[in-house]
Design a protein. Structure first.
Length: 162
């Protein structure tokens, strides 16, 4: 998934705070993390991990999934902005995966269907191209045959019988 131009501009301008905000937002907007992963690759490549990430502040996380709800997620997202550590990001991803599990499946299913539709359209286009080529060759062959018959008829030893 490609990153948007606003994110790319923030990375190029080395606006680390804006990069982090956009990455944080993508965790909620796309709980499949496809956008976040693309952003991570670009930000790490351009800014470097030492600039992008903070050292973890040592906070302990609640690992009991039954306690995870949107309120807890909001708290962790807020903490992420004061400590943008790999550990906290990993924890937020786990929380999102649990809280948005159904939505993630729906998104993945829609992406898969869209991908299959695109593949189907591509296959139809290929079939149509093949059909056009076939009929183009056939009409071309018929045209050449007619021209040769006409030339033979006009300039050959045609005596009126075939």
């Amino acid at each position: 998934m490609p990153v948007n131009s606003d994110f790319r501009d923030a990375v190029q301008n080395k606006n680390v705070l804006m990069v982090r905000i956009m990455m944080k937002d993508s965790l909620i907007l796309d709980p499949t993390f496809a956008e976040f992963d693309a952003m991570t690759r670009e930000a790490e490549h351009e800014l470097g991990a030492k600039v992008l990430y903070d050292k973890h502040d040592g906070a302990r996380f609640d690992t009991n999934e039954s306690n995870w709800d949107k309120k807890y997620l909001d708290e962790q997202i807020a903490d992420l902005m004061s400590n943008f550590s790999r550990e906290r990001i990993s924890h937020v991803r786990k929380i999102c995966s649990v809280i948005y599990a159904e939505e993630i499946e729906n998104i993945k299913r829609k992406r898969h269907e869209k991908s299959r539709t695109r593949e189907h359209v591509y296959a139809q286009d290929q079939d149509n191209d093949t059909n056009r080529k076939f009929w183009g060759i056939m009409f071309g062959f018929a045209g050449v045959t007619l021209v040769l018959i006409l030339i033979w008829w006009l300039f050959g030893d045609y005596k009126g019988d075939f």
